[in-house]
Design a binder for this molecule. Structure first.
Ligand SMILES: [Mn+2]
Length: 368
């Protein structure tokens, strides 16, 4: 099965509600996926009637423009003068959701989890049976629709442009911040809506921190430089990592070769029907054979979509099976204190036969 269009998402969700004897689903963490707009606080999907989008008054015009949902209700915490024809409820968001649930007569509500105390406050003003079922939507989100793949492909293409820019910009004496700024500028110019996470340029002693933050530190010839970046396109994220070396030592060179080999081994396993765990094992075994098992502290990749980290997870504990339409990153990494860190990450679309690479560089990325 491939991914779902907006209408199919709602149909599928309703079937899942029906199976569980629930009469509505309340989304506060997956509003964008279900409503098709980032403007929205909550989406109510009743099993028997049309969905309702709840947004702040500030977001009302954007929600109307972007969402396929017609019943849009805006809230304002205070009584403000309104424009002609502007329909706004002077309520707190959870109060407005409670009003809607009451109006619908729903008693058994599935929801996708807590967010900043929202559910706690809702429970306080509307008594009903609430069941936390985030997996219903997360399962739907795993497989991407054709439309989503188009956006992810574009997002990955912009990230690749950013990486090409990094390859050109990296030079001894320049700072991590300078490189990060150029990369972000390039991706913006290429159409990125922003970055799904702050761009990482981690050199030398920062390179062995898997989640390093960019500093004013200047790059040196004898250091490894990890560049981890992503773009967004219509909300869809991308994620890509390369490790650069200007004049690597033998140890650093080996590290780079092993991490690339591990990625190749993992990629060789990717196709529909394979366990996500199997892909991770392939990378992990390659790294372990080189004697670096204890320097690989994370999983080998993850799903990418509206969020940069989605299901499936490519980790030793993963229960996921890869299927057609999933978009994944494959990113083994090795981090050795006082030697260097190296990570190599690409984004792929899982196909029946194998996979398609979504991150592609124009420039030759060197290994000396
Ligand atoms: Mn990643």
């Amino acid at each position: 099965m491939s991914g779902l269009s907006l209408m199919e998402r709602i149909q599928k969700l309703k079937r899942e509600l029906d199976k569980r004897g629930l009469d509505a689903f309340l989304a506060i963490r997956n509003t964008r996926y279900l409503a098709g707009t980032a403007a929205g606080k909550a989406v109510i999907i009743p099993i028997e009637s049309a969905p309702i989008l709840i947004c702040s008054r500030l977001e009302l015009d954007q929600a109307k423009r972007e969402s396929w949902i017609r019943d849009i209700r805006a809230f304002s915490s205070w009584k403000a003068p309104l424009r002609r024809g502007e329909r706004v409820y002077f309520r707190e968001p959870w109060q407005l959701v409670a009003d809607c649930l009451r109006e619908l007569g729903t008693r058994a509500i599935g929801h996708d989890g807590e967010k900043r105390g929202f559910m706690r406050k809702l429970r306080g003003v509307h008594a009903a049976s609430y069941r936390e079922l985030p997996e219903i939507v997360l399962e739907l989100r795993k497989m991407k629709s054709k439309e989503e793949v188009v956006l992810l492909r574009k997002s990955a293409k912009i990230a690749s442009r950013g990486m090409d820019c990094a390859a050109e910009s990296i030079a001894a004496g320049r700072s991590e911040l300078e490189i990060a700024a150029e990369v972000e500028y390039e991706m913006r110019r290429a159409g990125s809506g922003g970055t799904p996470f702050p761009v990482i340029v981690a050199s030398g002693r920062n390179s062995w921190l898997p989640h390093a933050t960019v500093t004013r530190k200047k790059l040196r010839r004898d250091e490894l430089v990890v560049v981890d970046l992503g773009a967004t396109f219509n909300g869809y994220a991308s994620d890509m990592t390369r490790t650069f070396a200007l004049a690597p030592t033998c140890k650093q060179l080996k590290l780079l070769q092993v991490v690339k080999r591990a990625q190749q081994a993992a990629l060789a396993k990717v196709r529909a029907g394979v366990k996500a765990k199997t892909v991770d094992t392939a990378a992990r075994t390659t790294i372990a054979r080189a004697g670096y098992a204890k320097f690989f502290p994370h999983g080998s990749g993850h799903g990418v979509g509206l969020d940069v980290h989605e299901l499936p997870s490519l980790a030793p504990t993963s229960k996921d099976i890869l299927s057609k339409g999933m978009v994944l990153t494959i990113e083994p990494g090795i981090y050795i204190p006082n030697v260097g860190g190296a990570r190599w990450e690409d984004m792929v679309l899982v196909t029946r036969g194998k996979y398609k690479l979504l991150t592609k560089l124009q420039k030759m990325l060197y290994l000396p």
